[in-house]
Design a protein around this ligand. Sequence first.
Ligand SMILES: Cc1ncc(COP(=O)(O)O)c(C=O)c1O
Length: 445
Amino acid sequence: MSTKAPLFSRNFRKSFPVAVRGEGCWIHTADGRRLLDGAGQAAVVSIGHGVPQIGRAMAEQSSQIAFAHTSQFHSAPAEKLAARLLALAPPNFRNGGRVYFTSGGSEATETAIKLVRQYQLEKGQSSRYRVVSRRQSYHGSTLGAMTVSGNVARRAPYQPLIAEWGHIAPCFCYHCPFEKQFPECGIACADDLDSFLDRNDADAVAAFIFEPVVGATLGAVVPPEGYPARIAEICRKRGILLIADEIMSGMGRTGKPFAVQHWNVPPDVILVGKGIASGYAPLGAVLVAPQVAEIFERGSGVFQHGFTYQAHPVATAAGNAVLDHLEANKLFDRVTPASEILRAELASLLSHPHVGEIRGLGLLLGIELVKNKVTREPFSKEENIAERICQAALDENVLTYPTQGCVDGFRGDHILLAPPFIVAPEESAIIATALKSALALVFGN
Ligand SMILES: Cc1ncc(COP(=O)(O)O)c(C=O)c1O
């Protein structure tokens, strides 16, 4: 355990083991433990830890040229990765789509916020600047990204610094904000975007951003059939751009390269992060559809935005090597069958009196813990259930991703599971067994 190191760590009350080696789905620590990475380190690691080809590709690139500033140069790995991402994206990104690389997810969100603003300016729609989003969502930790995020706890300390551009209802059937049931609800949560625009200054809105599958904040909540299409239709009708935040759900995590492909919805912008380099390098990307990029090309020609490290040659080389590995080992195709195995292993947890729902898509799964399964009443925040389950699973050497607040921003406990795509059936069984023990330890039954 390292407590004295001069790192400004995430939690001063906690001591963190030092990770020294990764191998497949396992992380080895300096104090000799071997931990099963059941959450892919926050839905990041897709190909598994310790794949030597990735490090070699990065070393090779840095020995050729490690850095060349994007105001003066392009690099071959960035150009190559851009073309490959567009080929994986929905068909509306082909023939003229563009990719803006960043150093992570929050930078991708910031980039998209500025990009949709400048897009509207280039089109002569100077009143449009707001990016509307949903309550109970997360799009990143920088201030622009916090502005569009609806994650109450993560926003709370910074409230005075954050603009209010408006949030609509989440799409969350298990705790429906309208207390309705699908399909009788008529997807009221999608129509909430339309009514929001009716009630507010619609001419000030530039775009709408959403997570097709809500990751950390709600615990892998999948929209009902018809929701993404209805949202896309409203955006189209209202002349606002649709940004799909696939930082967590993209790059194969849900069983398709991008989650929106499950519903054949064509966003204007797709945000990518996490799995794009499987944790081997800090990398994110903004995929821009041709009709948006064209406005810049035909307009001022200059996007007033930039980061020193954007489109970094070594990071994009890592992205290419990860994609090579995903393709050579057909790992995108492993997600759905691996998910079925993991879900089958987890199924018995549902008989536990406090396991309310197991949900998700592909290898992005959530387990919600409730006080009362009939009423779906959550535990109080103070009971700290998700964190206690996580700690108890860790005692069984299994890493999970706990979060509180899925019900109202404060109450509601869930555990996110997002193992690497290579997770073996025996490893899925270990995850389920550890969670079973954790439930028994925390609830004493
Ligand atoms: C959906 C979503 N958007 C944005 C982000 C922010 O990405 P990063 O932490 O790489 O800045 C995250 C991170 O968890 C995320 O899950």
